[in-house]
Design a protein around this ligand. Structure first.
Ligand code: KIV
Length: 271
């Protein structure tokens, strides 16, 4: 039986939306059970299972190759770990572009099979109709504008977006269209800080910035970047809070030394 109020003890699309102007939202990605559990226990309110997992977890050069099945698999792992945060599952490249029916079916998988509380879709005004349709079908949607990595080939690489007045106006219109369509929040990726502030002031849903300046309603980072687990690519917006990659390398080297020298295992580790 449905326990009234039980769902409200966790973060959800409505409570995230209500944080606008009240509390900055510190959001993170996660892709597996162990890290998602730690992120959730740290009180992070929104965990994105981003399609960035194509690069961080699967070793691809871009986000494009990750499949729906892979996204569902990783989102399931995160959902199993999370007790409080809102889990947002990313819609991968070509899971929503070909038709709205396909998009509804795939978003449904992220919610129904993978246990997420919302989906994220890249794109602005051209996706507004789809966002509206998903919302009408009971699916909470987070938008994503600015640099949209799924368009990397069309854009000729990864660039800061919205530097010209024309591009800035287009992004403002995108943000308004997403809000109008019912998105509960939107990611602003790699836009000038002044535009991040302007869009944040123009919409009544939280803007979650990544390289969009300090005035967004929240921030999001790829957890591998924050932890120093992935150091090859380091965009300007990344702040590294730990050097876990170095600690892991030290641990692997120490283990190898111990096994080779016979210092591990000892009696203490034996039955
Ligand atoms: O896929 C992802 O991790 C993202 C964030 C960088 C916002 O889209």
């Amino acid at each position: 039986m449905l326990k009234l109020g039980s769902i409200m003890s966790t973060w959800n699309a409505i409570s995230i939306k209500q944080m606008k102007g009240r509390q900055k939202l510190a959001c993170l990605t996660a892709y597996d059970f162990s890290i998602a559990k730690l992120v959730d226990e740290a009180g992070i309110p929104l965990i994105l299972v981003g399609d960035s997992l194509a690069m961080t977890m699967l070793g691809h050069e871009t986000t494009l190759p990750v499949t729906m099945d892979e996204m569902v698999h990783h989102t399931k792992c995160v959902s199993r770990a999370v007790k409080h945060a809102l889990v947002v599952g990313d819609m991968p490249f070509m899971s929503f572009q070909a038709s709205e029916d396909l998009a509804v079916a795939n978003a449904g998988r992220i919610i129904k099979e993978a246990g997420a509380g919302a989906v994220k879709i890249e794109g602005g005004a051209p996706r507004a109709h789809l966002v509206k349709r998903l919302v009408e079908n009971g699916i909470a949607v987070m938008g994503h504008i600015g640099l949209t990595p799924q368009s990397v080939h069309q854009a000729g690489g990864y660039h800061v977006e919205g530097r010209t007045a024309e591009d800035a106006d287009r992004l403002l219109a995108d943000a308004r269209a997403l809000q109008e369509a019912g998105a509960f929040a939107m990611v602003l990726e790699c836009v000038p800080a002044a535009l991040g502030m302007e869009i944040t002031r123009a919409v009544n849903v939280p803007t979650i910035g990544i390289g969009a300046g300090p005035d967004c309603d929240g921030q999001i980072l790829v957890v591998h970047d924050l932890l120093g687990l992935q150091t090859e690519l380091s965009p300007k917006f990344v702040k590294r809070y730990a050097t876990i990659g170095d600690s892991m390398t030290d641990a692997f080297n120490a283990y190898k030394r111990d096994v080779e020298s016979g210092d591990y295992p000892t009696e203490e580790h034996s039955y």
